[in-house]
Design a protein around this ligand. Sequence first.
Ligand code: MG
Length: 377
Amino acid sequence: MQVTAIIVAAGRGTRAGGDLPKQWQMLRGKPVLEWTLGAFKAHADVHDIVVVMHKDDIATGRGNNLCPARIVPGGETRKASVLAGLNACPQGTDRVLIHDAARPLVSASMIDRVLTALETQEGAAPALPVTDTLWHGADNGVTGLQDRAGLFRAQTPQGFHLAPLLAAHEASNADATDDVAVAKAAGLHVAIVPGDENNIKITHPGDLARAERLMGQQMDIRCGNGYDVHRFGPGDHVRLCGVEIPHRRGLQGHSDADVGMHAVTDAIYGALGQGDIGQHFPPSDPQWKGAASHIFLEHAVALAGDSGFAVSNVDCTLVCEYPKIGPHQPAMKAALARIMQLDANRISVKATTSEKLGFTGREEGIAALATVTLVKA
Ligand code: MG
């Protein structure tokens, strides 16, 4: 199964207010389109993304963080734009998810529901049953009632098998407000999967503020811990949290034995549910012998970014009798901040002795503990 998401962002709608089309309006510090794209980028079952843009927006699109999406120019109508997107799907695509750029709150579970239904269905689309009473009206008056039984509010992403949907688009001349209409016209069956009230389409003024409120409620925070120990051996310095400290002994290890940085790195892998340093940089691999530990930490931070997370804060505790850590704390915070591209006030490095108890008390080695929080960027 090779899934491509097609994000339809070619509209010029400015009903949401402001001079910019809604997909370019700012939501929590980045354009709506970037949020929408992020939801598909972060989904493990979505392999490629095509963004269909108005030709006047393509330069803006290339200036934003839309990688690795393919950007293609849209057509005069929504249907023409979707067709351009379908024709731009990478070789091997067999399923497509077509999604409105103005629905930035689409969840991973919504994408899952559509893809799962596509295993057995020709098409699948989310929708919510209409629960409000419906009226017909004219001239500010009610002229009649509409039975709401069997009525649904359609959402996206709408999922299809690529070849039959492409054939349906090519066979149909009429414009359509969504792809279910095109598929139905070609005789395809489209299953309804449960929609999500939070999957709002930014259309009117006030929708951006509503999306912001919903995002606040959906904040995704991950916490991870890390623990590491390295033993003392011959040497004249130790490296702790990126800072070289003169000492009458050194720390032994396959890499540079920076026990503090290893604990922080493992905490990030832990928060991501992505194993530990040993898994990503096996000690059995000679290329990591003597490696500088910032390589590991940079990898973990990049992996968090690839998964849509940013490090929010770090707390690292070093456990040793000697060397004394206090004088080096500011330099350690600065070193971690530089490597993690994080504000130093979001980093804590502290130290304790173990009251001369245990292996750290007997000065056989140094232990480090770290806690890290990640937030969905
Ligand atoms: Mg280690």
